[in-house]
Design a protein around this ligand. Sequence first.
Ligand code: ADP
Ligand code: MG
Length: 423
Amino acid sequence: MESITHFLINLLIILVSLLFFQGFVIKNHLKRTHLEFYMFLTLTISVSLCMMFPLTLPGGIPFDLRFIPLVLGCLYASRYTGVWLVALIVVLRIAIHGFENSWFAIGNAIIFSCICFTIREKFKQYSLAQKVTLQVSLFIGMSIWVLTGSKLLFQSPITVSFTFAYTGIHAAGIGLAIFMAEHIKNQHLLLLRLIRSEKAEVASHLASSISHEVRNPLTASRGFLQLLSESSDIPEKEKAYIDLAISEIDSADHIIRDYLTFAKPTAEKIEILEMNKEIQQAIQIVEPMAKQFKVEIHSQLDSAFITGSSGLLQQVLVNIMRNGIEAMSTGGTLTVHSVREQTSLLISVKDDGIGMSQQQINRLGEPYFSTKDLKGTGLGMMVVYRIVESMKGNIHIDSKKGIGTTIFIRLPYMTDAEERKIS
Ligand code: ADP
Ligand code: MG
């Protein structure tokens, strides 16, 4: 009975620290580094408290539930936190009980954490039920191993009821802890998604309310400026100013178009698109800009047919190519490839420009994320993601700071049978 009370107190410590952690996560939708810090703190406290309140059997061997926070650390926190928890267990154990009584426990902590580190990546892909089942079985095995070892090596007086209490509470405890950890993780993801979609909603409202009103007067002004620049009464130098005004109006129009697409990405007509023609057309659109930036464009294109809207596809390609060119302010090469894979066409746009850090890559597609100060809107990639998603494709980014960026887009193409049916 005493053993059950002790282990339940241990379990209470672990679950209460997890609850505190959850409180932090919900209150201040934390960044990754903050999250890691709080996880480190929570697990350190629960390991220390568990080890300070063990059940010590006659003969001096202590038993507690420290393996539960250890495994949580190895599976959910960073690897550094996992290693730190093992070190903490080793130090505390030797400090409290001396080395003679501790080598078996230390060895177990190291073996157990190594097992968890090995399965860590695979574990992430399992369903909740699989995760709980795996850990509960692992803990039952571990408990039996620890109890047998303690009995044989240190002649600990282990009774049947003690065995049931230690094994049962360990198994139930890890099951509950995994359940809570998963719940906290999902809640955090949901919170981040909610914040993102709130931002997107604001952008969408703005888009539909102002785009039309601003676009019409802009188009009219552009027309008159165009007429003015064709007049023979105006000196060449002043014509340059007019051209500048036209190009500024064009860029304003471009921004508004980004907003409009964001508001309703599926408004355009769906047709069958010949991809190499579409890509060539997009290259033609960005060619003047490439010249201005002293960028050469190389292309090698496989042919494939896809269904979609040409206007939207052009926006995807042009936005990505423009970003590539803008990333090479001192000139370079933009390489556009398209390769037929089994069921989809892989389009890659590669530049040797400034590249992006991992943090920048993660933020790509977020509304208003731009590193171009006044020149950028931070809407281009958001529109790209939205359109590609609506075309049932996907995007992959490969980028290294200072080396360059490759953006891969996969779009499902029509099979030969589908093509024949249409022609
Ligand atoms: P904008 O171009 O208006 O800044 P985007 O959504 O098109 O907005 O791009 C967002 C940000 O992503 C850019 O400001 C830039 O920092 C980064 N980015 C996008 N493409 C590239 C690229 N090819 N190379 C380097 N950075 C890029
Ligand atoms: Mg852009």
